[in-house]
Structure formats: structure tokens, C-alpha cells
Write a protein that binds this ligand. Sequence first.
Ligand code: GLC
Length: 401
Amino acid sequence: MRILFLSPTGRYGGAEASLLDVVDSLRSLEPTWTLRVIAASEGAFVDRLRGLGIEVDVLPFPNVLARVGEREAALWRLGLGLGRAAFATVRYRLALARAIAAFAPDVIHSNGLKMHVLAAWASTRPLVWHLHDYLDGRRVTAALLQWNQRRCARVVANSGSVASDAVRALGGGTPVVTIWNAVDLARFSPCGERLDLDAAAGLPPVSPGTLRVGLVASLGRWKGHTTFLRALALVRHDRPDLDVRGYVVGDAVYDTAGSQYSIEELRALSEALGLRDRVGFTGFASRPDAVFRGLDVVVHASTAPEPFGLVIAEAMACGRALVVSAAGGAAELVTPGVDAVVHAPADAIELASQLVRLAENGELRGRLGQAARQTAERSFDRARLGPEFASLYSAVVEASR
Ligand code: GLC
């Protein structure tokens, strides 16, 4: 079987981490299959694939196309962007069509909204759309996918919540299946190297007994950096007796204009909140597992429903105490009070009170962390991805004959 994966970026974000796990797990299961990836830019994701010995072609998106994005854009701005990108998109589609034809895949697996549409336009091979995001609120993208869904054999959603959203947006025209993401449980484990987060952030070491609390995310505006910083300021104000240091781990990953914070912007906010020296900014960390092990508490703070939340699964596998913003797919992953605690999206006050609770109670942190690892072993072992996707591809190929 020949599988072609299409990624709208070569950089490393959640959707790319998920795809990497699919590719790796498939390769161990079916070593004779030929897997190839086309990515629309160079970056850490492409480097990692190559490091695994996977063939990758980089077919760069023209700038105008890379910059169009719907999540934060006003409709008129989006219209303008699409208008500007139209000619370049037609040319890109031709180049993609040639690359697909040259590989002659049995199945195409596209991994991002732009690639879902382009794949539908560029080829008639059996196509699987792997949805990592909601279509709700993306009217133009949803319409494009709806018009092109005849070309798609199966939609894979990364959570039940994303699956329901896809069924609503696509009108049930294409079968939608849910396949939760998974992680490498050997790499994401409670034992192993811990990153020195203070050194990474250029801060002096903390005093012993300080609670290390971290938000590990891209700098997308909906990832809740401001909620996190505000919660830390509240903890500092209400409980000056508790020693807590926060860490913002991550970098900007998307090209889409206006959709993410810059580290400078977040630094300025943390200064304004009086958090100088109480929050460190590490930038991109190439070993998230070592980051999680360096933290006592991991915070997930997305202000909008999180489609899945790979960091949640990763932090759980590392046996960390975790505070989750309970909405969307993220809410499916945890059992509140058992393997994580939760707060409502964008509620800095509730997040602060959960942080105080965890700071005061090491026994609770230990119990949550242990239960989290058990949940990860039960639900997030990536060894299941190979068999799940292999049978999906076989069914799609069978149906196309
Ligand atoms: C996207 C989603 C995130 C998910 C990841 C992998 O980045 O926003 O919630 O974990 O894809 O599916």
C-alpha cells in the first residue's frame, strides 16, 4: 500500500505531532508499505520525519496562500486574502496534482484544512481528511469542505467533539470516525531527563520547595496565555506565602497573520501584572517530555473549546498534576478530580484557585499524577494508531474498487 500524507506546514505543532505518531506507528505495523509526506514548508516537523527515514517533499505554499487564515480574520479580510491568493492557489494545485500523480498513492491522508481542500481539487485518489480543528466559526472553510466532500472517503476527527462538529458542518454527507490522538508512552513517561526550565528561561534558580507551573503551547491567541498570567498574578496577590514560578513554553508556529502572540507581548503583560522573575519564557522546547518532567503542575488554558489537546495526553503520560480548561475534546480526556482538575475556559479566578489547591497539597498532586499515567496507558498508547489507520485505509481502498 502507498500512502501519501499532505501537511499544510513543515513546522511542528499539535496536528503535526499527531501525524508523526500515525506515520511512526504505521511504519512499525506495516514495514512494507510506502509512506511519503508532502509538506508546504520546511521546519522541525519535516526534520523529524526525515530523521525517522520517511521520504518528505517540500512543496512550499506561495506566501499569499500561507498567510490566509480564517480563525481570527474578519470576513472581508479573508475575502481579500482569498482573492489575492486565487491565482497562486491554482498554480499550487497543479504542482500538487503533478506530485501526487508521480507518487501514485493508494490513499491520500490530508492533515490540515487548506490541504483538505487542495487535495480534493488536485486528485481523484481515495482521500481521508484528518480533522484536528472545529469547522464551527470557519464559515468559508466549512463551505469549501462541504462542496468538496464528495471527494473525501472518510473524515477522521481527533475527538468526539470535533466529530460532532464535522457532522453538523458537513451535513452528514461523509462518514466521520473518531480516532483519539495518542503518544509515545516510553518517551512521555514519568522517568527521565528533566529540563532545567530556569536556565532555559534565563532566570536564576528558584528556591527549594517552589512550585513550578507551566503552560506548554504554541503562542496561538486562544491558548490562554493571558488567563494563565492573570491566574499567576492572582495567586501572588492572594497567597504571597506560596512560592510559585510560572513558565511559558512554546513559540509561534503559524504563518497566519494576527493569530498569535509574540513573546515580547506576553513579557510586557507579565511585567504589567508584576510577575517579573515569577514567570519565565523558554521559547520552543525540542523535548516536551523533559519540560513536563521539569514541572510540578501543567496548565492547559485554552480559551476556546480545545479540539483534542495533545499536551494534555502528553502531560498525563508523564504523570503530571494537570489543570485542564474543560471544554470541547479536552473535556473528554480527563475525569475531573481523578486524573486532573479543571477550570472553565478563560476563568483566571477558577484557575488561580485550582493552582492554590495544588500548591498546598502535594499528596493531591501525586495522586492526580499517578491516575493520569494510568489513564494514558489505557487510552493514549500510540501503538493503537497503526492498526486503527491501517484498517481505515484498507476499507477506503476496498470501497473505491
Ligand atoms: C490541533 C488541535 C489540538 C490537537 C492537535 C492534534 O492542533 O488544536 O487540540 O491536540 O491538533 O490533533
